[in-house]
Design a protein around this ligand. Structure first.
Ligand code: SAM
Length: 225
């Protein structure tokens, strides 16, 4: 990769993948280029997402004896926050190099990092987690894939369990065709779509992005009855 601007370089990789009808292939190529010092992963904050940290501080969940699943975990900062609360935590990503990077970044971690595809998750995860955290994964997939990804996120929450979703927000009146992703930010309706099959929306906030206050983020919390 030769672009200086990581966002431009990332978009170019993504475009090439999309043109080759391989909408998730660019994640591994990006993490791999980053591992070789040839790229920067633009969403690698070196810390948990501030809106997740804030949720933890306010909800004060006790993870003792409970299980958590971190979707599209990248280099693992959110997983570390959740594992440190006592949750028996699985953090997964489609990119093997991301998982290697997470393991390298967090030696001695209490979280278990593994490669898996959200669109075809292990059967034993089904409704097995007290807490599922999804940050920016669904929006990184083409809009035509998002409904299936959304359903799979919710299906991993056990009865009585909680789902936390953080995503870039898109106004409902912006048509799909006007969004040139990735990412493809989520409308309010697409956030509400996580709330099916006994998964109840209990809080939905639209908040300024901590990194760019000119844009907004959804933070949603669901509970499975
Ligand atoms: C925009 S990044 C967000 C990473 C992390 N959640 C964060 O907020 O920093 C999307 C992540 O989802 C992963 N990913 C994309 N499609 C996936 C899939 N189908 N299954 C699992 N992980 C996926 C990517 O490799 C990438 O790490």
């Amino acid at each position: 990769m030769t672009d200086d601007d990581p966002d431009t370089a990332t978009r170019r990789l993504a475009r090439e993948s999309l043109a080759a009808d391989d909408p998730t292939g660019w994640f591994e190529r990006l993490y791999s280029a980053a591992a070789d010092g040839q790229a920067v992963v633009p969403w690698d904050r070196g810390t948990a997402h501030p809106l997740l940290t804030e949720w933890v501080q306010s909800a004060e969940p006790d993870g003792a004896g409970k299980r958590a699943l971190i979707v599209g975990a990248g280099t693992g900062w959110d997983a570390e926050l959740i594992a440190d609360l006592g949750y028996d935590t699985i953090a997964f990503d489609i990119s093997p190099t991301a998982i290697e990077a997470a393991q390298r970044a967090h030696p001695g971690s209490k979280a278990q990092y593994q490669v898996a595809d959200l669109l075809d998750p292990p059967a034993q995860w089904h409704r097995a987690f007290d807490l599922v955290v999804e940050i920016f994964t669904v929006q990184a997939l083409p809009i035509s894939w998002q409904a299936a990804a959304t359903k799979q996120v919710g299906e991993q929450v056990r009865p009585g369990g909680t789902l936390v979703v953080i995503a870039a927000a898109r106004a409902d009146d912006v048509p799909d065709g006007a969004v040139e992703g990735p990412p493809w930010p989520l409308t309010r309706a697409s956030i509400e779509a996580f709330g099916v099959n006994d998964l109840r929306l209990i809080q939905l906030e639209e908040l300024p992005s901590p990194s760019d206050p000119s844009s907004t983020r959804w933070r949603a919390e669901f509970l499975r009855d």
